[in-house]
Design a protein around this ligand. Structure first.
Ligand code: NDP
Length: 469
């Protein structure tokens, strides 16, 4: 049985709420931490507000040095952070190491950007007009449980580089690396009050940040459903908002592709992080003439996926994040579902779910339309290029996707036609520190990573200087 997620414990004689953080592979309590509420959110905003004038006044080279120092400090603690993330989020240790590497790289990238936040000069009559990119002030960052510190770093690094101060609210299920980050930042010389972490529920602590009059912007990653609430709440004070939301991404395999390579690569593109990935290529669309070959190759790979202890170096897939998530995912595979392939999963404690392929699936089925956020893939056939594009775009989402073909012109034609923000051709990798990431349609607003992220943490100011000629 799971221990209660929230209890009350005593600190200094008075009862304060506490949060039990679980390890999804064992269901055991990994840590008990104080649970932040509205008061703690207000106090964090006040600290960030007080620290803002001095932080924005730090000279660009000094701010760059501080962020490089932070990147070094994170690199020193990389293995420890990877183990903590693997245990708390239930992800394979190899993946967690890769993610912590990306955290370090993200801070290095934006440390380099501090001195390259350029403006324009614009020819006008009677003087000169110039633009500046000014920081926004206090920015609230609200993040999910699937890639806890990685997604936080995509926001923290450009936000701090631009001269803002932050309040980060990680998901209650996975707050541990964010809390560790706050300590590392302080020890690395980032001034007190610049980085504030509040670990509390979205409905109270998160909602308070969204409505708070002293918060200039909310950068959110999470479900489309909560994203709508955030956008509506932020509208009350005309806060800036960026939203990185859900997905139901297509993996298009044309008959002229290297079908074996596409089938070998497809499982990790949908079962990576146990399918709890906004970019999961969970709709595998295969040209009907190669469907049988593709399914045969895919099934063989799925059967061999090693599901188990996240800290075992051989593990390829861990458990789901919670009992509730397992129940939700299971609802997409009811008795009688068309299971074409299924892998193994351990028994006993832990929120395990085997990698599962459904085929054939009707494009109107719930499993083919909704974001499952678990290791369940739907395989659907298409006749020709037009039908492939129509099926790919038949969704409210538009985050990611892949196109497998040996025909270069088709690859580009289809890439231009698919309504998604991040695509890959003959590959399933779409997330890089140096390239923009974000969604079309109901997958989000704005872009993270790459040079583009800085636009979303600054305001453009135009200044006209009359020179009399
Ligand atoms: P949720 O939307 O449930 O939660 C995300 C964050 O928002 C959590 O910190 C949560 O707090 C908080 N939150 C919940 N309600 C509110 C509220 N009313 N006001 C303010 N904050 C709130 O998403 P999940 O954590 O379940 O993450 C999974 C979702 O994230 C998937 O849909 C996935 O597609 C999406 N995602 C998108 C990515 C992208 O870049 N596009 C990347 C990764 C995930 P708490 O949980 O602590 O209560």
């Amino acid at each position: 049985m799971n221990p209660p997620r929230s209890a009350r414990h005593r600190l200094g004689g008075s009862a304060i709420p506490s949060l039990a953080v679980l390890e999804p592979a064992t269901e055991a309590v990994l840590a008990e931490i104080p649970r932040a509420g509205v008061e703690e959110a207000d106090a964090a905003v006040a600290r960030a507000n007080a620290a803002y004038p001095a932080w924005r006044a730090v000279s660009p080279p000094d701010r760059a040095k501080l962020l490089h120092g932070l990147a070094d400090a994170l690199a020193d603690r990389q293995e420890e952070l990877a183990v903590l993330e693997a245990r708390n989020a239930g992800k394979p240790i190899g993946d967690a190491r890769g993610e912590m590497g990306m955290v370090v790289d993200t801070f290095r990238f934006y440390a380099g950007a501090v001195e390259r936040t350029l403006g324009d000069t614009i020819p006008v009559a009677g003087g000169v007009a110039m633009t500046f990119r000014e920081p926004l002030g206090v920015v609230a960052l609200i993040t999910p449980w699937n890639f806890p510190l990685t997604i936080a770093s995509w926001k923290l690094a450009p936000c701090l580089a631009a001269g803002n101060t932050v309040v980060l609210k990680p998901a209650e299920l996975t707050p541990l690396t964010a809390l560790e980050f706050e300590r590392i930042a302080l020890a690395a010389g980032i001034p007190e009050g610049v980085v504030n972490v509040v670990a509390g529920p979205g409905s109270t602590c998160g909602a308070r940040l969204v409505e708070h009059p002293d918060v200039a912007k909310v950068a959110f990653t999470g479900s489309t459903e909560v994203g709508r609430t955030i956008a509506a709440g932020a509208a009350q004070t005309i806060k800036r908002v960026t939203l990185e939301l859900g997905g139901k991404s297509p993996n298009l395999v044309f008959a002229d592709a290297d079908v074996e390579a596409a089938a070998a690569a497809a499982p990790s593109a949908v079962f990576g992080n146990a399918g709890q990935d906004c970019c999961a290529r969970s709709r595998i669309l295969v040209q009907e003439s190669v469907l049988d070959d593709f399914l045969a190759a895919l099934s063989a790979v799925v059967a061999g996926i090693r599901v188990g202890d996240p800290l075992d170096e051989e593990t390829q897939m861990g458990p789901l994040i919670s009992a509730q998530q397992r129940e939700t995912v299971g609802s997409y595979v009811p008795d009688g579902a068309p299971v074409a392939a299924r892998g193994d999963a351990p028994g006993g404690p832990g929120f395990w779910f085997p990698p599962t392929v459904l085929a054939p699936v009707d494009p109107g089925d719930r499993a083919a339309r909704e974001e499952i956020f678990g290791p369940v893939a739907c395989v659907m056939p298409f006749r020709d290029e037009d039908e492939a594009i129509a099926l790919a775009n038949d969704t409210i989402y538009g985050l990611s996707g892949s196109i497998w073909t040996r025909d270069g012109a088709r690859a580009l034609r289809v890439a231009r036609a698919v309504e998604a923000g991040v695509l890959s051709i003959n590959s399933n990798t779409s997330v890089r520190v140096s390239t923009p990431f974000g969604g079309f349609k109901q997958s989000g607003v704005g872009r993270e990573l790459g040079p583009h992220a800085l636009d979303h943490y600054t305001e453009v100011k135009s200044v006209y200087y009359a020179t009399g000629g």
